[in-house]
Design a protein around this ligand. Sequence first.
Ligand code: FAD
Length: 384
Amino acid sequence: MNLELSEEQEAVRRLARAFTDREIAPYAAEWDRAESVDRSIVKKLGDLGFLGLTVPEEYGGSGGDHLSYVLVTEELGRGDSAVRGIVSVSLGLVAKTVAAWGTEEQKRTWLPRLCSGEALGCFGLTEPGTGSDAAALTTRAVREGDAYVISGSKMFITNGTWADVVLLFARTDAAIPGHRGISAFLVPADSPGLTRREVHGKLGLRGQATAELTLDAVRVPASAMLGPEGKGFSVAMSALAKGRMSVAAGCVGIAQAALDAAVSYAARREQFGKPIAHHQLVQELIADISVDVDAARLLTWRVADLIDRGRPFATESSTAKLFASEAAVRAASNALQVHGGYGYVDEYPAGKLLRDARVMTLYEGTSQIQKLLIGRARTGVSAF
Ligand code: FAD
């Protein structure tokens, strides 16, 4: 792997960095308190091509490689994980999956709108009763002539109340338990029978809309199925394998923000007659954050490099997600420690970084699930 970025990659990183510093970071605390980002940010992300990275230009995407996508995701995560999550889901889990599995008609219908920011996507896998054991989902899609009628509910769906299309997973064959009876559908969010309720009171990612979706006999044409019937779980897992790289990149951004904040505060805050940066134990905290940033970044870039070279990457993606999410929590906590009591109030960024980081060890597969995936890959034994 070549660790030197190309000119194009440097340029996209500069663009994302400047955009984050100008349009996101100054507002992150305010959006967190208001429990909503300013939604005009979506159009701005679309205008810069950040919602279409890696999607072919013929479908309205901005092309580019996965390392560029990771660089942009890192920067957005450095500014505000709530904004980063909007992109990771709408582009990372939905648009990329439509590009990979969609029919020509599905690609032409959804990709230009998703890539421009005119529309947002959400990813409906988790249900109130099934999280880690996603293959046990119970939402049903029953064939009626040229349509499917879908009933059930989905929980904790990022972008849920803002989305225009739901990439939804439902059981099309109740006689087949487990993953083989599941299919994927592209369900317009304004479909009659689909209701959405926002989940409030989250610890972090408060600027992001998270929703419970209820489907009561929602009718979609058979052409809304994404990928072959019964292959929905493969669609979901292929989306999540790449999605975990995106979460990892967001965590690198959080850890980098923690490092920046800790270094800056340690240089300004004086105790015992000198800036706290002069105390060895403060340097230890900063060194630990710095090592976490570098290690998480290298693991994440490796995944992008593997994808761009067409090599297998799923276990490496789980590895990066597991390490980077735990590292982001550690880094944010260490940064809070550097700030002392001031780290505990929201005038300084460390507390928000810690709250935002915490969920990264939970979604797109908890840390325990990543360990089971890595363990299965190494031993050949499934311990689920
Ligand atoms: P459970 O599966 O009930 O797990 C509870 C605990 O048991 C965890 O510690 C887990 O690691 C452990 N556990 C479970 N099984 C095992 C096992 N076999 N071995 C060892 N330990 C085990 N989902 C979506 O589909 N789309 C989204 O956009 C989305 N966004 C989200 C946004 C937020 C803010 C949150 C909080 C969640 C989101 N989720 C989303 C759901 C998320 O993916 C699930 O919460 C996650 O998969 C865990 O499922 P669960 O909450 O049901 O926990």
